[in-house]
Design a protein around this ligand. Structure first.
Ligand code: NDP
Length: 439
């Protein structure tokens, strides 16, 4: 029953999960007797708060802040903070709900949470970003702790924001605790955390293809997004022998048939923090499609022919019409770097076509996994090398792939990794909840 009808994204995520849990709920009565679903869909705690701050013109601004502590059966609440004008309770709730299953699937000691604010970092000065982060933490700090709740970054929250948030946490609490991940390498961050989600997504695609006797070598890859996840998915795709030919941001889509030049992309997005069309200054042979020219029923990036698709920008960015075009163009696999980037109808089309489809819960779990490695390094006051973290990430992604595909086989739908990921994640968190009693 939709008791608060505005939570569209949350219901979308819940419906998708419940749909694939049907076989296990029908087989195992214990989950029904224990009211596991009723308990799982209700967050343990939702914190909503005012974030007042003063802009450079001296005007008082007010944003809405959120932290949803969804489930702590497997460990401290863990999940990112998103700063984007579209943020609302439904979006944070859907992200938190997805996080429960994703974190369970990693096999690591991680509970699940998600948070953020409807704050738009675009066009804000450094000083404004800092004052916003400090005000956000003035409320958040009382809810955090290295064994309580440990947020990370997400859209609009990168190393700079994590730095300002941590500084304020330390000032308010007087403690040098590992209460955030994605920290700077100078003071507690983990090597390869920045790269982890994108790298992990490429590894996951490689495992899906290997299971079919294929590989990434020579594959033309369509990537959307041009942020943290997209850039490092592109980097690892190159390392694994593939050819990424697109990326996108909210202003438009970039198509470079010879392959996206990674150095230029990093320079445009990480150094100059500019719009993607600047890329054409150094690569006039590339093509830029402004968002105003996108097809009405979808996204230009999926209309370009390619072998594999990596949606790495945001939710619902790949529509049913996009999926039809991809399939028509011979696409053989999709790995979700973003959370719920594929609409339910589009995902059904991929599953019906029996192409490789890696759902975000599995394919983008590399980020939270390396966040856990960052927590482990902080707790033991150690730093591991880049290669050490990357090796562990690769192992974790292999385990996630195995767990997902074996569960899909166990339930008689070997190609359906959505079902595999949802059931595998569900079983671990549900069994933990049962053992911990009715709490
Ligand atoms: P970033 O903020 O670094 O990058 C996001 C990218 O997506 C930017 O290029 C942005 O363009 C684009 N984008 C965001 N929203 C929209 C929109 N509404 N329409 C069009 N383009 C959009 O975020 P991340 O790379 O960290 O996150 C991307 C996705 O991956 C999200 O779904 C996130 O939840 C998910 N994810 C991230 C993890 C991480 O470790 N960072 C871990 C697991 C999942 P522009 O800059 O122009 O807005």
């Amino acid at each position: 029953e939709h008791s608060s009808p505005a939570q569209t994204e949350f219901y979308q995520a819940v419906e998708e999960v419940l749909d694939s849990l049907r076989p296990i709920l029908e087989n195992d009565e214990i989950y029904r007797h224990q009211a596991i679903i009723e308990r799982l869909v209700e967050p343990e705690r939702q914190i909503m708060f005012r974030v007042p701050w003063v802009n450079d013109a001296g005007e008082i601004q007010v944003n809405k802040g959120y932290r949803i502590e969804f489930n702590s059966a497997l460990g401290p609440y863990k999940g990112g903070l998103r700063f984007h004008p579209s943020v609302n309770a439904s979006i944070i709730k859907f992200l938190g709900f997805e996080q429960v299953f994703k974190n369970a699937l990693t096999g690591l000691p991680l509970g699940a949470g998600k948070g953020g604010a409807n704050f738009d970092p675009k066009g804000k000065s450094d000083a404004e970003i800092m004052r916003f982060c400090q005000s956000f933490m003035n409320e958040m700090y009382r809810h955090l702790g290295p064994t309580i709740d440990v947020p990370a970054g997400d859209i609009g929250v990168g190393a700079r924001e994590i730095g300002y948030l941590f500084g304020q946490y330390k000032r308010l609490s007087g403690r040098y605790d590992g209460v955030l991940t994605g920290k700077s390498l100078l003071w507690g961050g983990s090597l390869a955390r920045r790269e982890a989600t994108g790298y992990g997504c490429a590894y996951f695609a490689q495992y899906m293809l290997e299971a079919k006797g294929d590989s990434l070598a020579g594959k033309r890859c369509l990537v959307s997004g041009a942020g943290n996840v997209a850039i490092y998915a592109i980097e690892k795709l190159y390392q694994l022998g593939a050819l990424p030919i697109t990326c996108s941001d909210s202003s438009g889509t970039l198509y470079h048939a010879d392959g996206i030049n990674l150095d230029t992309l990093k320079n445009v997005k990480e150094v100059r923090k500019a719009r993607l069309n600047i890329y054409l200054d150094s690569h006039p042979d590339a093509k830029f499609i402004p968002a105003s020219e996108y097809p009405e029923d979808g996204h230009a990036v999926w209309r370009i022919p390619g072998d594999l698709a990596f949606p790495c920008a945001t939710q619902n960015e790949l529509s049913a019409a996009d999926a039809e075009t991809l399939l028509g163009n011979g696409c053989i696999g999709v790995a979700e770097g973003a959370n719920m980037p594929t609409t339910q109808e589009a995902a059904d089309l991929f599953l019906d076509a029996k192409i490789c489809f890696g759902p975000g819960k599995a394919a983008n779990a590399g980020g939270v996994s390396v966040s856990q490695l960052e927590m482990a390094q902080n707790a033991s006051m150690q730093y591991w090398s880049f290669d050490e973290v990357d090796r562990r990430l690769k192992e974790i992604m292999a385990r996630i792939y195995r767990n997902t595909s074996e569960t899909a086989k166990e339930f008689g739908e070997p190609h359906n990794l959505v079902l595999g990921a949802n059931i595998a994640g569900f079983r671990r968190v549900a069994d933990a909840m049962i053992e911990q009693g009715v709490v």
